[in-house]
Design a protein around this ligand. Structure first.
Ligand code: FRU
Length: 471
């Protein structure tokens, strides 16, 4: 469809949809969510000239997956955001079924987007083009078209380029599926972002000591943390085990060291990045002050996604809060960025005592810090429950589609918990981010309280969080 036809449809979608979305009790107070339609992966996360830019996979025309656009917001503090002109829409033949996920780099001071043009054929097959677009002075993007065609030896599932600079060259990790349907990560190299050379496979099923490890690894991201390198990826096709890999698709990381010359990435074990229910396709960037920040999609495709009650209000899914990454003893830790503390209202409530005696606190849009030294339970609006028994921390929630209870697990020595709550999301950071559990949940909107129980003592710090208007 032509750009103009698509924009006409967008205008109608926004004109009718925005008012409806605003009446949804599950509309988020301080998370990034689509104005209308479906939001999925964070894309092109970058800081440029003191402003953070976040692009995102967006179907503004319906609450379903399909021919994705790139929406765009920017912020100077990661808390207050401003809408920017839509960056990409699927108007060209090489991206007719979607401007799929990708990343951004700064080239000559200009944001350059590298993304996947997705093309599906009537017979069910597909192909993919890796494409480039550059920032113009008015904040819109000019497409340069495809720079990488489908590499030989892979199916049409080749996508999600993440590009960075190293020793004066550009490098890209790219998700790919081999012809025998194994998930792989490819490494490319370029001097100019236009001519790309395929260096080889650096990770995936049957590589680096892994056996069968999934049929597709979506959204790879590779970055240095100190003298190590971390590869984030989203393997699809791992079998569920008793306490891990419990979601339909996984998201996790490997710590290793990329050998740029030999094109090898020897790495350690796979760790899940989040032990909750909805967390997928995260993307990181390095800030001017040297932090490695991450946004994830607070969603998961194909499973319960489109049964969310917000679909009736014409919008679905959102981003996680922005998080800072650190590597501690080989574990990739995540903590909410310090800028989010701006949302705290006043000094909050401080309380210490036996859990059974704790006051009821509001959970609608709130932050909670807990120091824990004995077992306790916490009911979140009677729709999700945390339980610590001294050995295992569980998060149980009522599935909004099946109405059944389902549980996720963390084992270790629990010292502290930080909980970030919004009207239909929860993000739990265990022991200063050593592990995380992220989820959507849809409690009765009238039920807004947190209730503690247990004989042990707790210390609690609770803040209400302000809503954050996006201009
Ligand atoms: C991950 C993903 C990517 C793809 C995009 C399409 O959620 O499937 O692999 O590029 O979403 O929206």
């Amino acid at each position: 469809m032509s750009e103009v036809s698509l924009l006409k449809q967008l205008a109608r979608s926004l004109m009718t949809g925005q008012l409806i979305a605003a009446t949804d009790p599950y509309r988020l107070h301080w998370h990034l969510a689509p104005v209308v339609g479906l939001m999925n992966d964070p894309n092109g996360f970058i800081q440029s000239h003191d402003r953070y830019h976040l692009f995102y996979q967006w179907n503004p025309l319906a609450c379903r997956h399909g021919a994705k656009w790139w929406g765009h917001v920017s912020s100077d503090d990661l808390v207050h955001w401003r809408h920017e002109p839509v960056a990409l829409l699927p108007s060209e033949e090489y991206e007719v079924n979607g401007c799929y996920s990708g990343s951004a780099v700064l080239n000559d001071g200009k944001i350059t987007l590298i993304y996947t043009g997705n093309v599906k054929y009537a017979n069910g097959s597909r192909t993919a083009y890796q494409c480039v677009a550059t920032e113009k002075s008015d904040g819109t993007y000019e497409k340069q078209g495809p720079v990488i065609l489908l590499p030989e030896g892979y199916t049409g599932h080749v996508r999600d380029p993440k590009v960075w600079q190293h020793d004066g060259m550009w490098y890209m990790v790219l998700a790919a599926q081999s012809l025998n349907l194994k998930g792989k990560v490819l490494l490319y190299r370029s001097a100019d972002l236009q001519q790309w050379e395929l260096r080889g496979e650096i990770a995936g099923t049957h590589l680096n000591g892994l056996k069968e490890f999934g049929y597709m690894w979506e959204c790879p991201d590779l970055f240095a943390m100190g003298d190590q390198d971390v590869l984030l990826c989203c393997p699809q096709g791992l079998a569920a085990e008793k306490y891990q890999y419990l979601n339909l698709y996984q998201c996790g990381y490997f710590v290793g060291k990329l050998d740029y010359e030999q094109t090898r990435f020897p790495h350690g074990e796979f760790h899940e990045l989040d032990l909750g229910f909805e967390f997928y396709a995260p993307q990181t960037t390095q800030t001017a002050d040297g932090r490695r920040l991450l946004f994830g999609w607070l969603g998961l495709p194909d499973d319960n996604e489109l049964a969310q009650p917000t679909v009736q209000y014409g919008w679905v899914d959102c981003m996680t809060c922005p998080r800072e990454l650190t590597l501690r003893n080989g574990i990739l830790c995540q903590q909410p960025v310090k800028e989010l503390q701006q949302l705290r209202q006043g000094n909050g409530v401080v309380w210490q005592g036996v859990a059974d005696d704790a006051p009821e606190l509001t959970a609608l849009s709130a932050e909670l810090m807990l120091n824990v030294d004995a077992p306790f339970s916490l009911s979140l609006r009677d729709n999700a429950w945390l339980n610590w028994d001294g050995n295992c921390l569980t998060l149980t929630r009522r599935n909004w589609r099946t109405e059944e209870l389902e549980t996720r697990y963390w084992f270790g020595a629990l010292r502290s918990l930080q909980l970030l709550l919004d009207s239909s999301s929860l993000e739990l950071f265990i022991n200063d981010g050593e592990a995380c559990m992220t989820a959507r949940y849809f409690p009765d909107p009238q039920k807004q309280t947190l209730r503690f129980s247990g004989q042990g003592t707790l210390s609690i710090h609770h803040w209400l969080l302000s809503a954050c208007v996006i201009e």
